[in-house]
Design a protein around this ligand. Sequence first.
Ligand code: PEP
Length: 250
Amino acid sequence: MRQPLVAGNWKMHGSRAENASLVSGLLDLLQPGKRAEILLCPPFPYLMETGRLLKDSGVALGAQSVCAESQGAFTGEVSAAMLKDVGCRYVLVGHSERRQLFGERDALVARKFVAAQGQALVPVLCVGETLEEREGDQTTSVVSRQLEAVLAVTGVQALAKAVIAYEPVWAIGTGRTASPEQAQEVHAMIRAKVAERDATIGGSVRILYGGSVKASNAQELFAMPDIDGGLVGGASLKADEFARICAGAG
Ligand code: PEP
């Protein structure tokens, strides 16, 4: 049985004060004893304070990116060891904004995945196709390529301690959500690709859906057999909305 996971990706929004009030508001609203695991990924400068606020809450802390190198002269970068040091348990790798806006290619994403696991962080590997790729019938080939690029470096065993997030680029921040059936089709394909290599890991790896998840559509998405929760951007910036999404994950 896969434990659902709902992650909030707060991107580059807000201020220190807004961040703290969002965390506190959320902690007030989250229902204790729920089955789903909750993860918050604030911007780097707010990680420590968020970690302090989350202490003993059971809500996990994660970062939005990580450096592929372990240490050295890499101005502006943050290492996996540093993320671990400030209390992170998870880190996103290969988010489409990193791939598209910052030129992160498959090989770099694979190195970041390895760097994260090197510090016992759980990487959340984001994959997904653009609208053009979907319309060109390339969804399977693009998502497979992104997944294989990591598997070729790490081997399938690495997915026993990782999460995959399917995020169609055309659905991120656009208000245009993949239908539950569209998302399920890709999730099942991803799971089958993993299961081809290792049936147990294929059955146990958590695959999140991301792309304009809201309280109004979360439950039907999360009800699909291969959707194990969500990676939520915009809607995670409102405590009540995000809490309702989390409740929808069980
Ligand atoms: C994201 O940031 O990964 C995301 C899915 O954003 P949104 O929920 O706003 O589409």
